[in-house]
Write a protein that binds this ligand. Sequence first.
Ligand code: CTP
Length: 408
Amino acid sequence: MDFPVSLTERRILLVIAGGIAAYKSLDLIRRLREKGAAVRCVLTRGGAQFVTPLSVAALCEDRVYDDLFSLTDDNGMSHIRLSREADLVVVAPATADLMAKMAVGLADDLASTVLLASDKPILLAPSMNLYMWKHSATQANLATLEARGLLRVGPGAGDLACGEVGDGRMAEVPEIVAAVERFFGASGPLAGRKALVTSGPTHEPIDPVRFIGNRSSGKQGHAIAGALRRLGAEVTLVSGPVALPDPAGVKVIRVETAAEMLQACLCALPVDLAVCAAAVADWRVAAPAAEKHKKVEGAPPPNLVLEANPDILATLAAAGERRPRLVIGFAAETERLIEHARAKLGRKRCDLILANDVSPATGTFGGDANTVHLVAPDQVQSWPPMSKVEVAERLAAFLAERLSAGAE
Ligand code: CTP
Protein backbone atom coordinates (compact mmCIF):
# COMPACT_ATOMS: atom_id res chain seq x y z
CA MET A 1 0.00 0.00 0.00
CA ASP A 2 1.21 3.52 -0.80
CA PHE A 3 1.29 6.15 1.94
CA PRO A 4 2.05 9.84 1.48
CA VAL A 5 5.32 10.76 3.18
CA SER A 6 5.29 14.51 3.48
CA LEU A 7 5.61 16.86 6.38
CA THR A 8 4.44 19.85 4.34
CA GLU A 9 3.02 22.63 6.50
CA ARG A 10 4.02 20.81 9.70
CA ARG A 11 5.67 23.15 12.20
CA ILE A 12 8.33 21.56 14.35
CA LEU A 13 10.03 23.20 17.29
CA LEU A 14 13.41 21.54 17.81
CA VAL A 15 15.03 21.90 21.23
CA ILE A 16 18.78 21.22 21.04
CA ALA A 17 20.29 20.53 24.46
CA GLY A 18 23.92 20.18 25.50
CA GLY A 19 25.15 16.78 24.36
CA ILE A 20 27.69 15.70 21.79
CA ALA A 21 24.84 14.31 19.64
CA ALA A 22 23.80 17.93 19.02
CA TYR A 23 25.91 17.75 15.85
CA LYS A 24 23.38 15.24 14.45
CA SER A 25 20.61 17.76 15.10
CA LEU A 26 22.05 19.96 12.36
CA ASP A 27 21.41 17.16 9.88
CA LEU A 28 17.99 16.56 11.48
CA ILE A 29 17.01 20.16 10.66
CA ARG A 30 17.94 19.58 7.01
CA ARG A 31 16.12 16.24 6.70
CA LEU A 32 12.93 17.57 8.31
CA ARG A 33 12.98 20.59 6.04
CA GLU A 34 13.54 18.40 2.99
CA LYS A 35 10.26 16.67 3.89
CA GLY A 36 8.51 20.02 3.87
CA ALA A 37 8.45 20.83 7.58
CA ALA A 38 9.11 24.30 8.97
CA VAL A 39 11.71 23.97 11.73
CA ARG A 40 12.35 26.46 14.49
CA CYS A 41 15.12 25.91 17.01
CA VAL A 42 15.68 26.56 20.69
CA LEU A 43 19.32 26.11 21.66
CA THR A 44 20.31 25.67 25.31
CA ARG A 45 23.49 27.18 26.68
CA GLY A 46 24.96 23.65 26.77
CA GLY A 47 23.78 23.00 23.22
CA ALA A 48 25.65 26.11 22.04
CA GLN A 49 28.86 24.51 23.33
CA PHE A 50 28.46 21.80 20.69
CA VAL A 51 26.87 23.59 17.71
CA THR A 52 26.95 27.28 16.94
CA PRO A 53 23.83 29.44 16.79
CA LEU A 54 24.99 30.52 13.33
CA SER A 55 24.95 26.95 11.94
CA VAL A 56 21.51 26.32 13.43
CA ALA A 57 20.12 29.61 12.11
CA ALA A 58 21.55 29.01 8.65
CA LEU A 59 20.04 25.53 8.43
CA CYS A 60 16.57 26.43 9.66
CA GLU A 61 16.58 29.79 7.86
CA ASP A 62 15.21 31.44 10.95
CA ARG A 63 16.75 33.05 13.97
CA VAL A 64 17.76 30.86 16.89
CA TYR A 65 15.91 31.19 20.19
CA ASP A 66 18.18 30.92 23.20
CA ASP A 67 17.36 33.67 25.66
CA LEU A 68 14.50 33.47 28.18
CA PHE A 69 14.91 37.10 29.12
CA SER A 70 15.33 38.59 25.66
CA LEU A 71 14.04 42.15 25.63
CA THR A 72 13.44 42.05 21.90
CA ASP A 73 11.21 38.93 21.75
CA ASP A 74 7.49 39.58 22.27
CA ASN A 75 8.04 41.39 25.55
CA GLY A 76 9.69 38.26 26.89
CA MET A 77 6.75 36.03 25.85
CA SER A 78 8.58 33.90 23.26
CA HIS A 79 8.50 30.86 25.57
CA ILE A 80 4.71 30.83 25.17
CA ARG A 81 4.59 31.70 21.48
CA LEU A 82 7.20 29.15 20.42
CA SER A 83 5.13 26.22 21.63
CA ARG A 84 1.79 27.65 20.49
CA GLU A 85 3.10 28.09 16.97
CA ALA A 86 4.38 24.50 16.67
CA ASP A 87 2.54 21.24 15.89
CA LEU A 88 5.17 19.06 17.56
CA VAL A 89 8.10 19.75 19.88
CA VAL A 90 11.16 17.53 19.30
CA VAL A 91 13.90 17.44 21.95
CA ALA A 92 17.10 16.14 20.33
CA PRO A 93 19.38 15.52 22.04
CA ALA A 94 17.30 15.09 25.20
CA THR A 95 20.00 15.10 27.87
CA ALA A 96 19.69 13.53 31.33
CA ASP A 97 19.70 17.05 32.77
CA LEU A 98 16.90 18.38 30.56
CA MET A 99 14.77 15.26 31.13
CA ALA A 100 15.22 15.69 34.90
CA LYS A 101 14.15 19.32 34.66
CA MET A 102 11.09 18.35 32.63
CA ALA A 103 10.15 15.61 35.08
CA VAL A 104 10.08 18.00 38.05
CA GLY A 105 8.86 21.04 36.11
CA LEU A 106 11.89 23.30 36.41
CA ALA A 107 11.93 26.36 34.17
CA ASP A 108 15.23 28.17 34.52
CA ASP A 109 16.14 28.76 30.88
CA LEU A 110 14.28 29.19 27.60
CA ALA A 111 14.26 25.46 26.66
CA SER A 112 12.90 24.20 30.00
CA THR A 113 10.39 27.07 30.17
CA VAL A 114 9.14 26.37 26.62
CA LEU A 115 8.72 22.70 27.53
CA LEU A 116 6.82 23.51 30.72
CA ALA A 117 4.62 26.07 28.95
CA SER A 118 3.98 23.72 26.02
CA ASP A 119 0.50 22.50 25.13
CA LYS A 120 1.85 20.41 22.26
CA PRO A 121 2.97 16.77 21.96
CA ILE A 122 6.65 16.33 22.75
CA LEU A 123 9.00 13.76 21.19
CA LEU A 124 12.21 13.00 23.09
CA ALA A 125 15.39 11.64 21.50
CA PRO A 126 17.47 10.84 24.61
CA SER A 127 21.24 10.90 24.40
CA MET A 128 23.71 10.28 27.21
CA ASN A 129 26.33 7.96 28.68
CA LEU A 130 25.03 4.43 29.31
CA TYR A 131 25.34 4.68 33.10
CA MET A 132 23.51 7.99 33.09
CA TRP A 133 20.79 6.33 30.97
CA LYS A 134 20.57 3.25 33.20
CA HIS A 135 20.61 5.29 36.42
CA SER A 136 17.42 4.83 38.42
CA ALA A 137 17.02 8.62 38.58
CA THR A 138 16.96 8.90 34.77
CA GLN A 139 14.68 5.86 34.41
CA ALA A 140 12.28 7.30 37.01
CA ASN A 141 12.25 10.63 35.17
CA LEU A 142 11.60 8.82 31.90
CA ALA A 143 8.71 6.87 33.44
CA THR A 144 7.22 10.13 34.73
CA LEU A 145 7.51 11.77 31.32
CA GLU A 146 6.07 8.76 29.45
CA ALA A 147 3.18 8.54 31.90
CA ARG A 148 2.40 12.14 30.90
CA GLY A 149 2.13 10.99 27.29
CA LEU A 150 5.51 12.17 25.98
CA LEU A 151 6.76 10.24 22.95
CA ARG A 152 10.25 8.84 22.63
CA VAL A 153 12.56 7.59 19.92
CA GLY A 154 15.72 5.71 20.97
CA PRO A 155 18.23 5.73 22.44
CA GLY A 156 20.07 2.99 20.58
CA ALA A 157 23.04 0.91 21.61
CA GLY A 158 26.56 1.29 20.27
CA ASP A 159 29.81 3.21 20.63
CA LEU A 160 29.32 6.29 22.77
CA ALA A 161 31.33 9.48 22.38
CA CYS A 162 32.77 8.93 25.87
CA GLY A 163 34.49 5.75 24.67
CA GLU A 164 32.11 3.35 26.43
CA VAL A 165 29.80 1.00 24.61
CA GLY A 166 26.11 0.47 25.39
CA ASP A 167 22.66 2.14 25.46
CA GLY A 168 22.50 5.90 25.29
CA ARG A 169 23.28 6.77 21.66
CA MET A 170 20.81 9.25 20.26
CA ALA A 171 18.61 7.65 17.59
CA GLU A 172 19.98 8.17 14.11
CA VAL A 173 18.52 11.05 12.13
CA PRO A 174 16.42 8.83 9.76
CA GLU A 175 14.89 7.13 12.82
CA ILE A 176 13.95 10.50 14.34
CA VAL A 177 12.47 11.65 11.02
CA ALA A 178 10.50 8.37 10.83
CA ALA A 179 9.17 8.94 14.37
CA VAL A 180 8.07 12.45 13.38
CA GLU A 181 6.37 11.06 10.25
CA ARG A 182 4.65 8.38 12.29
CA PHE A 183 3.44 11.06 14.64
CA PHE A 184 1.89 13.03 11.81
CA GLY A 185 0.46 9.88 10.31
CA ALA A 186 2.57 10.17 7.18
CA SER A 187 3.45 6.51 7.50
CA GLY A 188 2.00 3.47 9.26
CA PRO A 189 -0.70 1.02 8.19
CA LEU A 190 -3.54 3.30 9.31
CA ALA A 191 -2.22 6.43 7.57
CA GLY A 192 -5.07 8.26 5.90
CA ARG A 193 -7.69 6.48 8.04
CA LYS A 194 -9.95 8.17 10.54
CA ALA A 195 -10.84 6.55 13.84
CA LEU A 196 -13.29 7.37 16.61
CA VAL A 197 -12.84 6.01 20.14
CA THR A 198 -15.09 6.42 23.18
CA SER A 199 -13.56 6.05 26.61
CA GLY A 200 -14.22 6.43 30.32
CA PRO A 201 -17.49 6.55 32.25
CA THR A 202 -20.38 8.92 31.74
CA HIS A 203 -21.80 11.02 34.56
CA GLU A 204 -25.55 11.44 34.54
CA PRO A 205 -26.68 14.36 36.69
CA ILE A 206 -29.13 13.91 39.56
CA ASP A 207 -28.90 17.57 40.54
CA PRO A 208 -26.14 20.20 40.08
CA VAL A 209 -23.80 18.42 42.53
CA ARG A 210 -24.67 14.71 42.30
CA PHE A 211 -24.48 12.23 39.47
CA ILE A 212 -24.84 8.55 38.56
CA GLY A 213 -21.46 7.20 37.42
CA ASN A 214 -19.32 4.06 37.37
CA ARG A 215 -15.78 2.90 38.09
CA SER A 216 -14.39 3.01 34.54
CA SER A 217 -10.91 4.59 34.49
CA GLY A 218 -10.72 5.13 30.72
CA LYS A 219 -7.32 3.38 30.62
CA GLN A 220 -8.31 0.87 27.94
CA GLY A 221 -10.05 3.39 25.68
CA HIS A 222 -7.25 5.95 25.96
CA ALA A 223 -4.66 3.25 25.22
CA ILE A 224 -6.60 2.25 22.09
CA ALA A 225 -6.75 5.86 20.88
CA GLY A 226 -2.97 6.15 21.36
CA ALA A 227 -2.26 2.83 19.62
CA LEU A 228 -4.42 3.71 16.59
CA ARG A 229 -2.64 7.07 16.40
CA ARG A 230 0.77 5.42 16.50
CA LEU A 231 -0.24 3.33 13.47
CA GLY A 232 -0.99 6.54 11.60
CA ALA A 233 -4.76 7.03 12.06
CA GLU A 234 -6.30 10.44 12.63
CA VAL A 235 -8.03 9.78 15.93
CA THR A 236 -10.89 11.53 17.72
CA LEU A 237 -11.26 10.40 21.31
CA VAL A 238 -14.60 11.19 22.96
CA SER A 239 -13.97 10.81 26.65
CA GLY A 240 -16.12 10.91 29.74
CA PRO A 241 -14.62 12.30 32.97
CA VAL A 242 -11.26 10.59 33.59
CA ALA A 243 -8.00 11.45 35.36
CA LEU A 244 -5.71 10.54 32.46
CA PRO A 245 -3.40 12.59 30.25
CA ASP A 246 -4.51 13.04 26.64
CA PRO A 247 -2.84 10.49 24.32
CA ALA A 248 -0.25 12.27 22.16
CA GLY A 249 -1.47 13.51 18.81
CA VAL A 250 -5.11 12.60 19.43
CA LYS A 251 -8.01 15.05 19.22
CA VAL A 252 -9.82 14.77 22.55
CA ILE A 253 -13.42 15.84 23.10
CA ARG A 254 -14.48 15.82 26.73
CA VAL A 255 -18.08 15.08 27.62
CA GLU A 256 -20.04 14.29 30.77
CA THR A 257 -23.23 12.51 29.79
CA ALA A 258 -24.19 9.73 27.37
CA ALA A 259 -26.28 12.19 25.36
CA GLU A 260 -23.25 14.49 24.96
CA MET A 261 -21.05 11.49 24.07
CA LEU A 262 -23.48 10.41 21.34
CA GLN A 263 -23.65 13.95 19.95
CA ALA A 264 -19.84 14.25 19.86
CA CYS A 265 -19.55 10.84 18.13
CA LEU A 266 -22.10 11.73 15.47
CA CYS A 267 -20.24 15.00 14.82
CA ALA A 268 -16.98 13.05 14.33
CA LEU A 269 -18.46 10.98 11.45
CA PRO A 270 -17.53 9.95 8.84
CA VAL A 271 -14.74 7.70 10.15
CA ASP A 272 -13.29 4.40 8.94
CA LEU A 273 -13.53 2.71 12.29
CA ALA A 274 -15.16 3.30 15.66
CA VAL A 275 -14.15 1.61 18.91
CA CYS A 276 -16.66 2.03 21.73
CA ALA A 277 -14.71 1.38 24.91
CA ALA A 278 -16.66 3.78 27.14
CA ALA A 279 -18.67 2.44 30.05
CA VAL A 280 -21.79 4.40 29.18
CA ALA A 281 -24.38 4.65 31.93
CA ASP A 282 -27.38 2.64 30.82
CA TRP A 283 -29.83 4.98 32.53
CA ARG A 284 -30.10 8.66 33.31
CA VAL A 285 -32.35 10.62 35.61
CA ALA A 286 -35.35 11.64 33.53
CA ALA A 287 -35.62 15.11 35.06
CA PRO A 288 -32.43 16.18 36.88
CA ALA A 289 -33.19 18.82 39.53
CA ALA A 290 -32.15 22.38 38.69
CA GLU A 291 -31.30 23.01 42.34
CA LYS A 292 -29.52 20.74 44.82
CA HIS A 293 -31.83 18.24 46.55
CA LYS A 294 -31.97 19.30 50.20
CA LYS A 295 -32.47 16.88 53.07
CA VAL A 296 -35.73 17.77 54.80
CA GLU A 297 -36.19 16.43 58.34
CA GLY A 298 -38.73 13.60 58.27
CA ALA A 299 -39.36 13.80 54.51
CA PRO A 300 -38.76 10.72 52.28
CA PRO A 301 -35.64 10.67 50.05
CA PRO A 302 -36.12 11.98 46.50
CA ASN A 303 -37.71 9.53 44.12
CA LEU A 304 -35.43 9.27 41.07
CA VAL A 305 -37.23 8.34 37.87
CA LEU A 306 -34.76 6.84 35.38
CA GLU A 307 -34.95 6.60 31.61
CA ALA A 308 -32.75 4.70 29.14
CA ASN A 309 -29.73 6.39 27.60
CA PRO A 310 -29.12 6.11 23.86
CA ASP A 311 -26.88 3.19 22.87
CA ILE A 312 -23.91 4.84 21.15
CA LEU A 313 -22.41 1.62 19.78
CA ALA A 314 -25.72 0.47 18.29
CA THR A 315 -26.41 3.95 16.89
CA LEU A 316 -23.03 4.07 15.12
CA ALA A 317 -23.52 0.54 13.77
CA ALA A 318 -26.89 1.57 12.34
CA ALA A 319 -25.77 4.90 10.90
CA GLY A 320 -26.62 3.92 7.32
CA GLU A 321 -24.34 5.58 4.78
CA ARG A 322 -22.34 7.15 7.57
CA ARG A 323 -21.70 3.80 9.27
CA PRO A 324 -17.96 3.33 9.97
CA ARG A 325 -16.49 0.40 7.99
CA LEU A 326 -15.61 -1.30 11.28
CA VAL A 327 -17.60 -0.86 14.49
CA ILE A 328 -16.08 -2.44 17.59
CA GLY A 329 -17.66 -2.82 21.02
CA PHE A 330 -16.68 -4.16 24.41
CA ALA A 331 -18.61 -6.57 26.54
CA ALA A 332 -17.93 -6.44 30.24
CA GLU A 333 -19.06 -9.80 31.58
CA THR A 334 -18.70 -11.80 34.75
CA GLU A 335 -19.81 -15.19 33.32
CA ARG A 336 -20.37 -17.01 29.97
CA LEU A 337 -18.20 -14.41 28.22
CA ILE A 338 -18.19 -15.71 24.64
CA GLU A 339 -21.88 -16.58 24.60
CA HIS A 340 -22.87 -13.13 25.87
CA ALA A 341 -20.42 -11.43 23.49
CA ARG A 342 -21.86 -13.28 20.49
CA ALA A 343 -25.38 -12.24 21.50
CA LYS A 344 -24.22 -8.62 21.86
CA LEU A 345 -22.53 -8.73 18.45
CA GLY A 346 -25.83 -9.62 16.82
CA ARG A 347 -27.98 -7.31 18.95
CA LYS A 348 -25.82 -4.23 18.38
CA ARG A 349 -24.92 -5.15 14.78
CA CYS A 350 -21.23 -4.43 15.29
CA ASP A 351 -18.31 -6.17 13.56
CA LEU A 352 -16.27 -7.17 16.56
CA ILE A 353 -16.68 -7.45 20.30
CA LEU A 354 -13.86 -7.54 22.79
CA ALA A 355 -15.23 -9.48 25.72
CA ASN A 356 -13.51 -9.05 29.05
CA ASP A 357 -14.04 -10.64 32.41
CA VAL A 358 -14.68 -7.87 34.90
CA SER A 359 -15.37 -10.05 37.94
CA PRO A 360 -13.98 -8.14 40.96
CA ALA A 361 -11.24 -10.79 41.41
CA THR A 362 -9.72 -9.93 37.99
CA GLY A 363 -9.03 -6.29 38.96
CA THR A 364 -9.81 -5.27 35.35
CA PHE A 365 -11.91 -2.24 36.26
CA GLY A 366 -9.47 0.54 37.10
CA GLY A 367 -6.44 -1.80 36.81
CA ASP A 368 -3.64 -1.86 34.21
CA ALA A 369 -4.16 -5.41 32.93
CA ASN A 370 -6.88 -7.03 30.85
CA THR A 371 -7.78 -10.48 29.60
CA VAL A 372 -9.88 -10.28 26.45
CA HIS A 373 -11.51 -12.52 23.89
CA LEU A 374 -11.95 -11.10 20.42
CA VAL A 375 -15.31 -12.25 19.11
CA ALA A 376 -16.16 -11.73 15.41
CA PRO A 377 -18.88 -13.50 13.39
CA ASP A 378 -16.18 -15.64 11.74
CA GLN A 379 -13.76 -16.24 14.61
CA VAL A 380 -13.00 -16.14 18.32
CA GLN A 381 -9.48 -15.35 19.57
CA SER A 382 -8.64 -15.68 23.25
CA TRP A 383 -5.72 -13.42 24.05
CA PRO A 384 -3.47 -14.16 27.04
CA PRO A 385 -3.54 -11.74 30.00
CA MET A 386 -1.63 -8.59 29.05
CA SER A 387 -1.46 -4.90 29.85
CA LYS A 388 -4.18 -2.60 28.53
CA VAL A 389 -1.54 -0.91 26.36
CA GLU A 390 -0.66 -4.30 24.81
CA VAL A 391 -4.35 -5.09 24.25
CA ALA A 392 -4.65 -1.71 22.52
CA GLU A 393 -1.64 -2.37 20.29
CA ARG A 394 -2.81 -5.83 19.32
CA LEU A 395 -6.31 -4.56 18.57
CA ALA A 396 -4.94 -1.66 16.48
CA ALA A 397 -2.78 -4.06 14.45
CA PHE A 398 -5.78 -6.40 13.96
CA LEU A 399 -7.99 -3.54 12.78
CA ALA A 400 -5.30 -2.22 10.41
CA GLU A 401 -5.09 -5.66 8.82
CA ARG A 402 -8.88 -5.96 8.54
CA LEU A 403 -9.19 -2.57 6.88
CA SER A 404 -6.41 -3.23 4.39
CA ALA A 405 -7.79 -6.71 3.61
CA GLY A 406 -11.21 -5.13 2.95
CA ALA A 407 -9.64 -2.48 0.73
CA GLU A 408 -8.09 -4.97 -1.69
N1 CTP B 1 -22.40 1.08 24.86
C1 CTP B 1 -22.69 2.27 24.24
N2 CTP B 1 -23.75 3.02 24.66
C2 CTP B 1 -24.51 2.60 25.69
C3 CTP B 1 -24.22 1.39 26.34
C4 CTP B 1 -23.14 0.65 25.90
O1 CTP B 1 -21.99 2.66 23.31
N3 CTP B 1 -25.53 3.34 26.08
C5 CTP B 1 -21.29 0.27 24.36
C6 CTP B 1 -20.08 0.22 25.26
O2 CTP B 1 -19.15 1.24 24.95
C7 CTP B 1 -19.53 -1.16 24.96
C8 CTP B 1 -20.78 -1.99 24.73
O3 CTP B 1 -21.74 -1.06 24.28
O4 CTP B 1 -18.79 -1.17 23.77
C9 CTP B 1 -21.23 -2.63 26.00
O5 CTP B 1 -22.52 -2.96 25.88
P1 CTP B 1 -23.60 -3.04 27.06
O6 CTP B 1 -24.87 -3.44 26.42
O7 CTP B 1 -23.62 -1.85 27.91
O8 CTP B 1 -23.07 -4.19 27.82
P2 CTP B 1 -22.42 -4.40 29.18
O9 CTP B 1 -22.44 -3.18 30.04
O10 CTP B 1 -21.10 -4.98 28.86
O11 CTP B 1 -23.36 -5.51 29.76
P3 CTP B 1 -24.98 -5.68 29.84
O12 CTP B 1 -25.40 -6.11 28.47
O13 CTP B 1 -25.07 -6.73 30.84
O14 CTP B 1 -25.52 -4.34 30.22
